[in-house]
Write a protein that binds this ligand. Structure first.
Ligand code: NDP
Length: 253
């Protein structure tokens, strides 16, 4: 059974793979034997060192994912440089909070452009090569915020973008299931990364987050990455359209 978690000979593209949850995903898929292409706006030398020290076959391609051409370029470059694309992890994302009357068009578009538009464009671009290869796996990173609104911070755009990612995942899964292209999502709860650091260090917010999480702690990026590995690997060969919640029990309340 454990060999069904191996990804030897597979090529994986991970957006936002240069830090946080994306870097942990790169490590998990690399350890399973995948060749990696990671992207982000800028190189993070210590992250690349950690992948190199682990002995993984990887390369970084710089791209601002809000550029409408970027997701397609990343897919095309991956196929050009590595010969194929077996796994796409749409992980790059941003969070912004603020009261809705003050949330201007620019901030709304920034969130939607990064968290939703780029995920759609990445999925759309990956279908061609995956179809030609006879299959593939896409994993989109959603959030518990796609199911419930965060408290105490107001994040209407973020919440809406993640709910849309979940439903887009299900819709695409149905469209491409017969072609052996599996499309799933992972919905993390509060995870210890740069994105959540401000909240973890906020003495008003963190006790609320912790008290609303039955495990009484934030998660680690590796705990999300393990679930992405499952959904990317043959171990989940009959799973598609699933949104796998990784939240220490947050949504059980
Ligand atoms: P981080 O802030 O640590 O990392 C975000 C990643 O996204 C970075 O690699 C960043 O690279 C990349 N990114 C952001 N904007 C762009 C852009 N315009 N173009 C290209 N890359 C971009 O966040 P996390 O690791 O925590 O988040 C990863 C995913 O997990 C996101 O989708 C997030 O919404 C989701 N998530 C996180 C949770 C948490 O508690 N941390 C909870 C639930 C979901 P760079 O800056 O170099 O461009």
């Amino acid at each position: 059974m454990l060999e069904k978690f191996r990804l030897d000979g597979k090529v994986a593209l991970i957006t936002g793979g240069n830090r946080g949850i994306g870097l942990a995903i790169a490590h998990a898929l690399g350890e399973a034997g995948a060749k990696l292409v990671i992207s982000g706006r800028s190189k993070v030398p210590e992250s690349e060192k950690s992948l190199a020290d682990a002995g993984y076959d990887f390369e970084f391609i710089a791209a601002d994912i809000t550029d409408p051409a970027a997701p397609g370029m990343l897919v095309d470059e991956t196929v050009k440089r590595r010969g194929r694309l077996d796994i796409l992890v749409n992980n790059a994302g941003i969070a912004r909070h603020g009261d809705t009357p003050d949330f201007d068009e620019g901030r709304w578009r920034e969130i939607m452009g990064t968290n939703l538009d780029a995920v759609f464009r990445g999925c759309r671009a990956a279908i061609g090569p995956m179809r030609a290869q006879g299959g593939g796996a896409i994993v989109n990173i959603g959030s518990i915020s796609g199911f419930v609104s965060n408290v105490p911070q107001n994040q209407v755009a973020y919440n809406a973008s993640k709910a849309a990612v979940h439903h887009m995942t299900r819709s695409l899964a149905s469209e491409f299931a017969a072609e052996n292209i599996r499309i799933n999502a992972v919905a993390p709860g509060y995870i210890d990364t740069d994105m959540s650091r401000g909240g973890i260090e906020n003495p008003e917010w963190f006790p609320i987050w912790r008290d609303m999480t039955p495990m009484r702690r934030v998660g680690q990026p590796e705990e999300v990455a393990a679930c992405v590995l499952f959904l990317a690997a043959p171990a989940s060969s009959y799973v598609t359209g699933e949104v796998l919640v990784v939240d220490g029990g947050y949504l059980t309340r």
